[in-house]
Ligand binder design. Structure first.
Ligand code: ZN
Length: 113
């Protein structure tokens, strides 16, 4: 049987890590979503490439933050572990491997490329 409270703890710990890393990268999590649209791309090549990498990283981390928040919201409203697409159980093994999974394996194969 899946221990949802354990998963919730793990997700919350992961969230703290992601938020901290975002802060270290200089991203304001509470700020706007305009990543990469700011100043800086007019800089010399090397600097721009470096910034671009940071922005890409920030984007990836914001995505995982969104996944974590969505999973925590599903735990809160009791829909955790249910596929968002077909409504079937996602499966304990899959949730243990990927706590923020929102689709069952079958749907993930369709939705994710
Ligand atoms: Zn499904």
């Amino acid at each position: 049987m899946l221990d949802v409270s354990q998963i919730k703890t793990e997700l919350e710990e992961e969230r703290v890590r992601v938020v901290k890393q975002l802060a270290e990268l200089g991203d304001d999590v509470a700020g706007s979503d305009e990543i990469g649209a700011e100043e800086g791309f007019a800089d010399s090549g090397a600097v721009s490439a470096e910034r671009r990498e940071v922005y890409t990283l920030i984007g990836t981390m914001r995505d995982s933050l969104g996944e974590i928040d969505a999973a925590l919201a599903r735990i809160a409203d009791g829909s955790y572990g249910t596929c968002e697409r077909c409504g079937n159980p996602i499966g304990d093994a899959r949730l243990e491997a990927l706590p923020s999974a929102r689709w069952c394996l079958d749907c993930a194969a369709v939705v994710e490329r």
